[in-house]
Design a protein around this ligand. Sequence first.
Ligand code: KG4
Ligand code: ZN
Length: 339
Amino acid sequence: MRLLTIETTCDETAAAVVDDSLRVLGSVVASQDELHAAYDGVVPEIAARAHLERILPVIEQTLARSETRPSEIDAIAVATRPGLAGSLLVGLVAAKTLAWLWNRPLIEVDHLRAHIYACRIAAGRDLFPCVGFVVSGGHTHLFRCDSPLDFTTLGATIDDAAGEAFDKVASMLGLPYPGGAPLARLAERGKRDAYRLPRPLLDETRLDFSFSGLKTAVRYAIAGPGGTPDATRLPDEGTRADLAASFQEAEVDCLVGKSIAACRRTGLSRLCVGGGVAANRRFRERLERSCREEGIELHVAPLDWCTDNAVMGSLGFESLRAGQTAPLDLDVVPGLVRR
Ligand code: KG4
Ligand code: ZN
């Protein structure tokens, strides 16, 4: 059985063909980073229009790469929540049209659950129940995951997402967008304790996150109290590396601290982590060490499946098996519904 999955929640246009033993037959991801770099962030209208141009070529290429004819596709899964409305609509219209044309079931995929499912695909075995942690450009979300389709929110960011904070601090340090990976590279040359930066909410019992105060602390460290960094007069390379390392360490402290607290609180001893920030090497190292100390089984999505991709949409097979197919008048759900 073969599933075509489509992903257009933010700024990656992606499709994949996966079989029911979760073997990836073909996967294509068209990134839009270069279109948004000039604005230091994703511009929703530009993202939607780029999806519109790319969606059919990406699907066509995916079918070719997976040597799959349309008649061999048994169902179509599409990420419909959460994400940018215009971006989601492009993927959904494409999926609906193919479902109608090929007379195949349409399946709705929750993008955050799919980020966790990336760990399940990589492990090749059932990982539920577990604590799920999505750390991406748009989300910082801790879940209790009783099954692939049954998630309860334990905590989330109350302001910036983990990746968003990386991107904004990277921009202050004169790094290109998206800044997470370049900032992590710069941090390798810096001292992690060079600056004393806040760890917001870390000592509180709630499992929520806040990164805007940390981001502002970096801004003031660069430009003085109340100041705004001036791209033409940035600190020298060594100072920037120290700032990057100190910021990364503060954010990683919060991410690791809260995810371990979530395991303790729920009594679950398995942690699955996905989303773009899960590609961060320091975060992975620190998580591995803490999980080892706490006796927690850790699964972090492989690098290719941390950032947005359509392979993780093979979560659609779980819905199909549960008899959950979607009607052709399905709509998107851009905002987060706290469950
Ligand atoms: O999951 P993703 O592709 O998109 C969303 O669903 O948001 O995540 C992209 C985010 C960006 O903020 C990017 O800067 C961040 O992941 N990122 C990283 C690293 N690689 C990507 N952040 C920190 N360290 C990295 N190595
Ligand atoms: Zn994502």
